[in-house]
Design a protein around this ligand. Structure first.
Ligand SMILES: [Zn+2]
Length: 261
C-alpha cells in the first residue's frame, strides 16, 4: 500500500473506533434511564470540617449534611420507590474515593454532592452558588491528574478496584456530558427560583471529586461562607430548606426527562 492509503486506513480505523465508543456510551445511557438508585453526598465530615464561615464559624460539613438529609426526605416522600444512598448521615469522615466507590458499587444513576465555598484570601468578595460538572474537552487532563494522585495514594481506599476500573468509570463520565449539563442547568434555574442565592453559573471543571463516578454527577457549591449574607442564609433553617427544595425540583425535572427517553 502507498503511504497515502496506509494513512487513510489508519484514519478510517480511528473513525470506526470513535463510532464504536460513541455507540457504547449511548447503550449505557439507554440502559440506565430508570432513576431507581441515587446517591446524595454531603461533603466533608468528621475530622474534615471543610471550609469555615467567617462570621458564625459554621463548618461546611454542617451545611452539606442537613441539606442532603432534607433533599433525601423530599425525594423519599414523593418517590418512595427510589433507593437513596446517603454517603453519610452523621458527622463521620469518609474518604473521597470511597464515596464514588459506594456510588459505583450500588449502581447509582445519579450522584449529587453538596458543599459550600469560601473565597481565597487574595480574592475580592464573592457570593452565590456554583454547579460543577466535568468538562469533556478537559477530560484527558482530568484523567492524568487523577491518575497521578492515585498513584501517590496507591489505591489504598479502593480495595479490589484497579487502576483500569477507575479509568473506565472516569471514561463513562464522557458519555454523560449531556445529562450532566441538563442537570446543572435545571439546578441553576431552580436555585434562582427557590432560594435567595445569586448564581455564579455552571462551571465545567477539569478535575473534581466525583471524576471516579460512573454515572451523571454534579457538585453544588451552595454559597460562600466568606460572604455574610450567604453564610447567614445557609446556616438558617429557611436557607437549608430552600436549597433542598430547589435541588428537589431540579431532580424532579431531570428524572422526567431521563425516563421519557
Ligand atoms: Zn467542600
Amino acid at each position: 500500500m502507498t503511504n497515502v492509503k496506509i494513512q487513510m486506513s489508519k484514519i478510517l480505523r480511528k473513525i470506526f473506533l470513535l463510532f464504536l465508543v460513541f455507540e457504547l456510551c449511548n447503550l449505557t445511557l439507554l440502559s440506565q434511564n430508570k432513576l431507581d438508585v441515587i446517591v446524595l453526598d454531603a461533603g466533608h465530615g468528621g475530622k474534615d470540617p471543610g471550609t469555615i464561615g467567617d462570621n458564625t464559624g459554621v463548618q461546611e460539613k454542617n451545611i452539606g449534611l442537613p441539606v442532603t438529609m432534607k433533599l433525601g426526605k423530599l425525594i423519599e416522600e414523593k418517590f418512595p420507590d427510589i433507593k437513596i444512598i446517603y454517603i453519610r448521615t452523621t458527622d463521620e469522615f469518609i474518604d473521597l474515593k470511597e464515596r464514588t466507590k459506594i456510588a459505583n458499587l450500588s449502581k447509582a444513576k445519579l450522584f449529587i454532592s453538596v458543599h459550600a465555598n469560601h473565597k481565597k484570601a487574595e480574592e475580592t468578595e464573592k457570593n452565590g452558588f456554583e454547579i460543577y460538572l466535568l468538562n469533556r474537552e478537559r477530560f484527558p487532563e482530568a484523567v492524568q491528574i487523577t491518575m497521578k494522585e492515585n498513584s501517590l495514594l496507591k489505591f489504598e481506599s479502593l480495595g479490589a478496584d484497579t487502576t483500569d476500573n477507575f479509568i473506565f468509570s472516569s471514561l463513562a463520565q464522557n458519555g454523560y456530558q449531556k445529562y450532566n449539563e441538563f442537570l446543572a442547568s435545571n439546578i441553576e434555574i431552580s436555585m434562582l427560583n427557590f432560594t435567595e442565592l445569586a448564581s455564579r453559573g455552571a462551571i465545567q471543571a477539569g478535575f473534581w471529586v466525583t471524576l471516579g463516578a460512573s454515572m451523571p454527577a454534579v457538585l453544588v457549591e451552595t454559597g460562600y461562607l466568606s460572604d455574610l449574607k450567604d453564610e447567614r442564609y445557609l446556616t438558617s433553617e429557611k436557607g437549608q430548606n430552600d436549597v433542598a427544595i430547589a435541588l428537589f425540583n431540579a431532580f424532579q425535572s431531570y428524572k422526567m426527562l431521563c425516563e421519557m427517553q
